[in-house]
Structures are given as structure tokens and as C-alpha cells.
Write a protein that binds this ligand. Sequence first.
Ligand code: SF4
Length: 361
Amino acid sequence: MGENILDYTLQELEESIIELGEKKFRAAQIFPQIHDRNIRNFDEFKNIPKELSEKLKSKFEIRYPELIEVRNSSIDRTKKFLFGIPGTNEKIESVLISEKGRNTICVSTQAGCNAGCEFCATGKMGFKKNLSAGEILAQIYTVTREIGEKPSNIVYMGMGEPFLNYDNVIKSLKIITDEKGYGLSSRKITVSTIGFTGKIKKFAEDLTSVDNKLMRNIKLALSLHSTDRGLREKIIPLSKINPLPKIFEELNYFYKTTKNKVTFEYIYFEGLNDTENDIKRLTKLVKMFPSNINLIPFHPIDFPMGAPLERYSGKEFSLSKDKIFDFIEKLKKNGVIVNLRNSAGVDIYAACGQLAGRNQK
Ligand code: SF4
């Protein structure tokens, strides 16, 4: 297999074009055709001599994951895309959430994940593969083609932990925000992580580096789910080596460095993480630096979950609306900005925590 040209930043492409004995400006002609116009065949490139197309073919491929299936939710306008990664047996999923005139694409950064979070179907698969920058971008370009326009938002919240595939994630962000290519505003992008000490700080520094000016406003979301250290360590095992106090310190640094607000993702487990103490700790937390909470109803997964979540396993867990609204009201009374996220695509296993990279007909 040739190298995947989707993996190349503009600067890398310029270097390769020069190595092929061509002028640097050719890279700027090729780059938008790959990343913005979504052309998938070298022979269809405009303004490129035939000889250059042949040279490109000798070194590169335009390699997209195979689109295996698109599933449509019957309860809302969510679509789930199942892809096969060429040359492997691995599958990944992306989700398109369309609501209130906005299209959000949720992309995967790994096939599987070794973080083992108790509530997450991807975590139950184990780690299969880090996706290259091109494999991350190809999901976005395929869904863009499906909707016929650029999305309102892109969230790195699909399968995998972005910070465990850090370099490829950063590269994909650099390419997607490049104005000479797809040119997505960094304000429209959110990266979500369970939190790794050292990586949040590095992310802040990368976003503010002079080489990455177009990435400056990318937002960060922390999958928090509990402010109780013991409980969080049970449901997110890697938080044992990435303790909350250290993560909060780095989030504070992230805000001070980037001036970008932080979002806390909080799956609501009725009777588990909705106590008065949770409300007190969350209130204190959001006052440390500008931040808000996205409250996510728990979505059932068809994998067994261990303690302390086993009581939510193996059944269509139904949420008590009164209790979740009461929790939200109490937080709001304390001045906390809290938004209830809906369960888009829950019937096709496309909602938060449900992606498992397989056909589920
Ligand atoms: S929640 Fe994220 S980090 Fe945790 S297992 Fe799932 S994909 Fe991995």
C-alpha cells in the first residue's frame, strides 16, 4: 500500500512534492482537492499535469475506510456510520447528530480502547488500533459528503481516548483547521478526554503555539462522571494514575493558557453520583475556572458492567425524570451552568458510551 495522502499536513505535502522533483506550489493546489473538495482519485485533480498525477500515484494512495453501513435512528435524525479500516479487520463508528438546524459529527480516534471505563461499550472491546490522522479525517469527509455541507460542530468523542492517540489527533486537528484545506473554525471543535496528567498541559501549550494559530480555540471536555475520587477510580480505572486534584490543576492551567472554557461531561447515575455531597463538590469545582456541566443520561450498553455499576446492567435502565430535573435545579440554584444532553441515537446504539464498532441489526 502507498502512503495515505490524507495523513499529510500541507507542510509535509510540500516537502514530498519537492522530493518528487516538483515545485512547492503544487502542494497548495493538491491539498484543497483532497481535504476540501473530497476528491478520491488522482486522475480527477484539477490543474495538475498528468505527469504529476502519475508521480503522486507512485508514492501515495487516497485511502478511505470502507463505509459498511449507515443506520438511521427511528426516534430522531441521528445516523451512525460503520467503517472498516483497510488492511485490518477493525471497524469504527462515527455519528451524525442533526437537531435544531445543527449538524454535529462525532468522530472516533481509536478502534477500541484500553481505558476500560465501566459504562462504555468501546472500553469493553479492548484496544485494537490507533487511527491515523487521515483515518480520523476520512470519517469527517465522508459524513460531510452525506450532508452536503460542513458540520456546525465536530466532537472528538467517538470510539477511543483522543489523548491516548495524541500525535495523530493533533495532526488531524492541524489539517482540519488549515484554511487552505477544509478550513473548519477551531471554535467548532471539542476534544473530550478522561484526563491524563501532563497531556492536558501539553494540549494547552500545543493550542497556543505559534505554529498552531488556527487551532487556538479548540475546546476541551473532561469526562468527569464523579467528583468522588474513590467512585471515579472504580468507573474510570485509569483515573487511579491520573488523580482528580492533579487533573483539576491542569484544567486550571488549560483555562489560564488558552482562555477557553472547560466542559465537564457527567453521566447521571441515579442514586450513585447525585447526592448532596456531589452537588457541593460540583458547585465548588465550576467556580475554580469558567466551566459548565453537560449532564448525560446513562445509556444502556449490552456488555456486563462491574461494581459499582452492575445494578444498571442488562436492562433498559429507565431514568427518573423527576430526580434528574431535581439534580439540575439544585445545581442551577448554586449558580452552576448545567445543560441536559439528550439521548440522540439511543435506539441505534449511537448515544454516548454505546459505540462498539459492529453491526447491531
Ligand atoms: S469512555 Fe473513552 S476512554 Fe473510557 S473506555 Fe470509553 S472510549 Fe475509552
